[in-house]
Design a protein around this ligand. Structure first.
Ligand code: AVJ
Length: 332
């Protein structure tokens, strides 16, 4: 890594753009390592966080507007309906810390509900997204300071440069569902340290429900979710000199009842060989690559997980159809 930094500096770029390109190179190196290891192992798997390059992030935005994809609009409606109640129970919040980029619409609803808020700290891997969001929010909210933190929130250990004050964490969209129960517990324990004593945490969690609703949400009629999944292979082709024939893989979403989660796979439709960075990988017909988990919880299941991770459940809100939940927790 040190040699990467000196070589980019030697090319005479500004330190800001060199820091950015060094980050991009580090991200590509990490992607390469994950893909080569993930394709070599059985069962094959690639971590879901690599779905979100610029193309994948735009496709996810499209997913949030699909008729079949209920989570985003349901969570937004919950924030609209219960924002004032959430703010009251959260107490005097000085600092809002958001894990992941979230949608600006949901963030704005929460910020507007919290009066007396003086600092908003979004944590995200996408620097351009953060800068843009920070500029807009500061322009719209007099007296609100936005201090973006570039990084992977699952690995953020300290809130560098954060002022003192009462903190509220916000983790929306049921992104916590991407984590296994063990990973979610680690994340919650770390968040308790990060946010500190007596802080509060608002988390959006998708609920268990009928497969008639759940399965189409992960396999829509227009094939947007399929494109989002298959972008993993397209990204490998773009960034890692891969030669995946995207048309000979299919998106598969299945519900694993024992684990309470949607599992997403890319399935080879033929027997074929693929190259990535000059390494060859053979697929049998029907062989799969696991790319994503999306865990679903009942309200008591999530409260039990939170309770075993340093948080006390304060309140949980759900919509009338019981599609989605918002949990307010207090650091124990
Ligand atoms: C962003 C993880 C919440 O699990 O519902 C949506 C990702 N993947 N459709 C989810 C996703 C396919 C989404 N999360």
């Amino acid at each position: 890594m040190a040699s990467d930094i000196s070589s980019t500096l030697a090319e005479g770029r500004t330190s800001a753009s060199s820091a950015k390109s060094t980050r991009r190179e580090a991200e590509t190196a990490e992607f390469a390592q994950a893909v080569l290891a993930g394709l070599a192992r059985r069962p094959r798997s690639i971590p879901s966080r690599f779905l979100y390059d610029a193309v994948g992030s735009a496709l996810f935005e499209d997913i949030t507007r699909l008729k079949e994809y209920y989570p985003t609009r349901t969570e937004t409606a919950l924030l609209e309906t219960y924002g004032a109640a959430i703010a009251r129970l959260a107490g005097d919040v000085d600092i809002l810390v958001e894990f992941g980029s979230g949608s600006s619409r949901k963030t704005r609803l929460l910020i507007d509900a919290l009066d007396g808020l003086d600092t908003y700290i979004p944590i995200d891997v996408s620097e351009s997204f953060l800068t843009e969001a920070a500029r807009r929010l500061e322009a719209e909210h007099d007296g609100l300071t936005v201090k973006p933190l570039v990084g992977d929130f699952t690995r953020t250990r300290h809130l560098a440069g954060a002022p003192r004050g009462q903190k509220l964490g916000f983790f929306s969209g049921s992104t916590i569902g991407n984590l296994t129960h063990e990973e979610a517990r680690d994340f919650l324990v770390n968040a308790a340290h990060l946010l500190g004593r007596n802080s509060a945490f608002l988390i959006g969690v998708d609920l268990k429900k009928s497969l008639d609703i759940l399965l189409p949400a992960y396999d829509d009629d227009d094939g947007v979710t399929a494109s989002f999944s298959l972008n993993m292979l397209a990204r490998i082709n773009r960034e890692l000199d891969g030669d995946f024939d995207i048309g000979s893989f299919a998106h598969r979403a299945v519900y694993n009842d024992a684990k309470g989660r949607i599992e997403i796979y890319l399935e080879s439709l033929t027997e074929q060989t693929v190259q990535v960075r000059a390494r060859r990988f053979s697929f049998d017909k029907g062989e799969r690559i696991h790319t994503e988990n999306s865990h679903k919880y009942s309200v008591p299941e999530f409260q039990a997980l939170a309770s075993s991770s340093g948080w006390r459940p304060v309140e949980a809100w759900t919509d009338d159809d019981r599609l989605f939940s918002l949990h307010l927790l207090r650091c124990a």
